[in-house]
Structures are given as structure tokens and as C-alpha cells.
Ligand binder design. Structure first.
Ligand code: KG4
Ligand code: ZN
Length: 327
């Protein structure tokens, strides 16, 4: 079964064709990162207009690269939330129109669920029950998954998401946008030798990342951030976040007898997080290739395949839900 995935929830316009939920036949991404960089963050109105310009060429390229025609497709999966309303609307409208005109089933997909399904695109396949850490720009969730569509949220962030903390801290340190990759790179040249606050909330699987960010903000206001300690601060911040993500995830996996730990979302492309989770866990760890951690449409197509197999399609009047939750 071949599914066309379409993703436009934030600032990447993406389309991909995936066979049987696992084999990526094409994966096309038009990134707007340079357009938004001058503003230091995503400007929603600009993002939706860019999606309109990019979406048809990106879909055409995905079909061409995969060497498939419309007749070969069994479903069109599209992200319907969470995300920016104006951005989501572009992908959803195009998917609905294509579904109606070509007579191909439509599958509305939750973006967070899609991030999780990026793990089905790798060589080693997930086994239930599994524990997934979803760490993106808007979420830091620990999810226990007992089967397809069977989710229990074990923990969430109480304030900033991990990616949000990376982005805001990069701004404080003057490292630019997007912040996650900038800190990852700056940390390479630094030592994690500065003791920063670790917010380990006892007796819960919840996270909190605003404390460490605020601490750095205060240091900056006090004039204690300069070019000589930026790399060390970046490395120490990264370590403070990774220590908590790795510790809490492994603890929750053990408590819930998970067979595997899965990582997903943009922050899962962080090199220290990837390395440390694998080194410190005795339970097998699956992490998608970096290109499938950040926003892409192959994960949407994979998620759509498993929903379609479970008999779940969407009506043509399906709406976008900017605040959509996993459960
Ligand atoms: O999943 P994603 O592409 O979009 C959302 O659904 O939010 O995640 C984007 C987030 C951003 O906050 C970005 O700074 C972060 O992922 N990110 C990283 C890295 N690459 C992207 N954070 C830390 N290290 C990275 N290498
Ligand atoms: Zn995302």
C-alpha cells in the first residue's frame, strides 16, 4: 500500500510517498528556515503564504521521485493538528481537494503521533509495549504505547517544551535561529563544566525547562555571558536538559516494563541526546535518522498507513485543530 503524506503544520512544506508504512519512496521538504531567521522565529502569516507557494511543486516532486502516479496511491495522509492554523489549512485544503478529485481516501493525522511513527521508517522495528519520548518545539511528552493508537501519557512539560528551551536559550546566548542546531554545534567547542539548575521534579514523569533558561537569562542580564564562555554555557545547558530527558525516560521505561525506548521530534536529532540515551539505557533504543526527527511528511504517511489499516479514514469536511492533543 502506498500513501502520500503531506505536512505543513509549521514552517516546512513537505510531501512524501511511503510504502506499507515503512519504506520511504520519496521525501521532499521545502524549508522556510532562512525566511524566518531574520525575525528570530516563525512568523505565522509569512509561513502560510510560503506553504501556498511551495505545496504543489513539493507534492509533484514527491510523486516524481517515488515514480508513482495517482492511480498507485491508496491514501492521502495529512497533518490536521497541532500546529499553526493558517499553515495547517494549506496542507489540509490541498489534501482534501486531491482526495475528492482523484477518489483517494483521506486520512487526517495528528502531528505528534506522526513524529512517533517516524520510528517505523528505520531498520529496526518498534515492539510493544514501548516508551516514546516526543521532544519538539512545542512538546516534551513521555508516552506509553501498548499498540497502534493505544497511548497513555505518562509525563509532560509543565512549562517550556525542550525545543522551546533550546530556541530561547540560543537567543539569550546570541547563537541565532533555529536554536537547537545552533546549541548542538556551539556545544561541540565547549566543556559542560558550569553547574546549571537541573529541574528533576520528584515523584512524577513531568519535565520543567524554564528554570535553566531563566537562570541563563539572569546571567546574561548581569553581564556574565561573553564570547569566552558561550561555548561552555551552550554545552552545560545542553547537558542539563539531556541529563533530565535521559534520566526520566529510562526511569519511566523501567517502571512500565517497556520493551523499547523510542525518541522522536526535532530535539531527537540532538547528538548528545542520541548518544547518551543509547549509552545509558539497558533497554533497546530506537531513534529515527535526523531527517525524520524534524518535521517531514514520511512520518505523516507512515502514521496514515497504520490508521488506514485500522479502518480509520477522514471525511472531506475534516477540520484542522491547532490545539489537537494526542489523547
Ligand atoms: O519536531 P520539530 O521539527 O517541529 C515541531 O513539531 O516543533 O522540532 C523543532 C524543534 C526546534 O525547537 C529546534 O530547535 C529543535 O527541534 N531542534 C533541536 C535540534 N534540531 C532541531 N534541538 C536540539 N538539538 C538539535 N540538534
Ligand atoms: Zn514537529
Amino acid at each position: 500500500m502506498k500513501i502520500l503524506g503531506i505536512e505543513s503544520s509549521c514552517d516546512e512544506t513537505a510531501a512524501a510517498v511511503v510504502a506499507n508504512g515503512t519504506d520511504v519512496l520519496s521525501n521532499e521538504i521545502a524549508s522556510q528556515v532562512e525566511i524566518h531567521a531574520r525575525y528570530g522565529g516563525v512568523v505565522p502569516e509569512v509561513a502560510s503564504r510560503q506553504h501556498i507557494l511551495a505545496v504543489i511543486p513539493v507534492i509533484d516532486k514527491a510523486l516524481k521521485d517515488a515514480a508513482v502516479s495517482w492511480e498507485d496511491l491508496d491514501g492521502i495522509a495529512v497533518t490536521v493538528g497541532p500546529g499553526l492554523a493558517g499553515s495547517l489549512l494549506v496542507g489540509a485544503s490541498v489534501a482534501k481537494a486531491l482526495s475528492a478529485v482523484k477518489g483517494i481516501p483521506l486520512i487526517g493525522v495528528n502531528h505528534l503521533e506522526a513524529h512517533l511513527y517516524a520510528n517505523w521508517l528505520g531498520e529496526n522495528k518498534p515492539e510493544f509495549p514501548l516508551l516514546c519520548l516526543i521532544v519538539s518545539g512545542g512538546h516534551s511528552d513521555l508516552i506509553l504505547m501498548r499498540g497502534h493508537g493505544d497511548y497513555t501519557v505518562l509525563g509532560r512539560t509543565r512549562d517550556d517544551a525542550a525545543g522551546e528551551a533550546f530556541d530561547k536559550t540560543a537567543r539569550i546566548l546570541g547563537l541565532g535561529y533555529p536554536g537547537g542546531p545552533a546549541i548542538d554545534k556551539a556545544a561541540e567547542g565547549g566543556d559542560a563544566n558550569i553547574d546549571l539548575p537541573h529541574s528533576w521534579i520528584k515523584g512524577t514523569n513531568d519535565f520543567s525547562f524554564s528554570g535553566v533558561k531563566t537562570y541563563l537569562h539572569k546571567l546574561n542580564e548581569d553581564g556574565k555571558v561573553d564570547k569566552d564562555n558561550i561555548a561552555d554555557l551552550a554545552a552545560s545547558f545542553q547537558k542539563a536538559v539531556v541529563d533530565v530527558l535521559v534520566g526520566k525516560t529510562i526511569e519511566a521505561a523501567l517502571q512500565n516494563d517497556a520493551k523499547q525506548i523510542l525518541l522522536s521530534g526535532g530535539v531527537a536529532s540532538n547528538r548528545m541526546l542520541r548518544r547518551r540515551m543509547k549509552e545509558e539505557s539497558h533497554i533497546p533504543v530506537l531513534i529515527p535518522q535526523p531527517v525524520f526527527c524534524t518535521d517531514n511528511a514520511a512520518m505523516v504517511a507512515s502514521c496514515g498507513y497504520f490508521r488506514l489499516k485500522g479502518g480509520k479514514t477522514s471525511a472531506l469536511d475534516v477540520d484542522v485543530i491547532p490545539g489537537l492533543k494526542l489523547i
